[in-house]
Design a protein around this ligand. Structure first.
Ligand code: DAH
Length: 359
């Protein structure tokens, strides 16, 4: 067979191959088999030297023409296949821009955090600092330094979650357990322990609050949660009196519940304050006349407070002859329940968006 026959055969094969190549990979394989380094056409171009000088010009011209046509037809087919591919992709990815979009549901800050921040704002406005303390405490911070006697019932495992860790060498090893045989490490039952941390670290004057989570082994019901939020408050300065306590907490109650609410101070007992009291606000549902919400008393209890016991100052290395102070503990879930007339505290823990979105 002559070289010109070979060239025509190759060109015919390319024409057939182009029709058969249905994707870019197949087309590339075809191009390599003809025009690649080891391709059929390349081989012919390389064998030109074997021709006689008379044959060479005509054959060279023919070979170049074939190569130009083959390249052009491969390029044209490549563009065709690329366009097809693009169209297929566009069809697959097509979206109906006239459909309504998906609505974003950004949620809201949880009611408890809203109220916690509101309380922080009120006291920051009075010049208080906001402090933090550990959730996992020792009996010293949660009870002993707060003047709670060794046999105080709140120390028992019925009222406190102890962190059971009696491995030899651990902090809670047998020798360091308290008289009731419980471990020395616990989940704090109150934020009052932060008073001790702050008094150990700072010298008076101290004006601070500490919001935080506390834990108690209570079964959740309408009025109890095993985990809830308190805001502790502590003031230590020269010449602080019960009048300062009352003025501060009256101001707080009006800010948080509204100017029309009255307050009442009832004597109470806390180990770390003397004298101690519980503070009530007038019932917002009946305006103080008495209803089911306030159990017909006209009052709702919202916090505990008192003048810091001198023993606590002594435990914390503060001179009780020089300084006096007051402390208070607010239950944040209780404030939420009283402000929004919530019938059941568990509503705050369920994560039910229909409920939470109202706030
Ligand atoms: N720690 C108390 C409780 O959990 C609340 C409390 C009462 C805190 C009186 C105080 C206080 O600082 O003075 O019930």
């Amino acid at each position: 067979m002559s070289m010109s026959d070979d060239l025509r055969t190759i060109e015919a094969q390319v024409t057939e191959g182009l029709a058969a190549a249905t994707d870019l990979d197949a087309l590339e394989a075809l191009r390599v088999s003809v025009l690649g380094r080891k391709g059929k056409l390349t081989a012919i171009m390389h064998s030109m030297g074997k021709l006689t000088p008379e044959e060479r010009p005509a054959m060279g011209k023919l070979a170049n023409e074939v190569r130009t046509r083959v390249e052009a037809s491969i390029n044209a087919r490549r563009e065709e296949l690329a366009a097809e591919l693009m169209e297929k992709r566009m069809a697959a990815d097509a979206c109906d821009v006239t459909l309504p979009g998906r609505r974003f549901s950004p949620g809201t800050q949880h009611l408890i955090n809203q109220i916690r921040e509101e309380i922080e704002d009120i006291f920051c406005g009075l010049g208080y600092t906001v402090e933090d303390g550990p959730y996992v405490e020792t009996t010293w911070y949660n009870f002993t330094a707060l003047n709670a006697p060794e046999d105080h019932p709140s120390r028992s495992a019925k009222d406190t979650f102890y962190v059971v860790d009696n491995a030899p060498g651990s902090v809670a090893h047998a020798e360091e357990t308290n008289v009731q045989g419980e471990s020395d490490i616990l989940l704090r039952t109150q934020t009052s322990g932060v008073q001790v941390h702050v008094m150990e670290q700072k010298k008076p004057p101290i004006y601070m609050i500490c919001p935080g989570t506390v834990f108690r082994p209570d079964t959740a019901d309408a009025n109890h949660l095993p985990q809830f939020t308190q805001v502790e408050g502590l003031v230590v300065d020269e010449g602080i009196t019960f009048g300062d306590l009352k003025g501060t907490l009256d101001y707080f109650c009006r800010e948080i519940f509204g100017r029309d609410r009255a307050t009442r101070y009832r004597p109470h007992f806390f180990p770390f304050t003397e004298p101690s009291c519980e503070v009530d606000v007038s019932c917002g549902v009946c305006g103080g006349k008495g209803c089911r919400f306030c159990k017909n008393t006209g009052w709702l209890e919202i916090l505990g407070a008192g003048m810091v016991d001198p023993n606590v100052f002594e435990y914390c290395g503060i001179d009780p002859e020089k300084y006096t102070g007051f402390a208070f503990g607010i239950g944040v879930e209780r404030v939420a329940a009283l402000r929004y007339d919530l019938p059941d505290l568990r509503m705050l823990m369920t994560g039910d968006m229909r409920f939470l979105k109202q706030f």
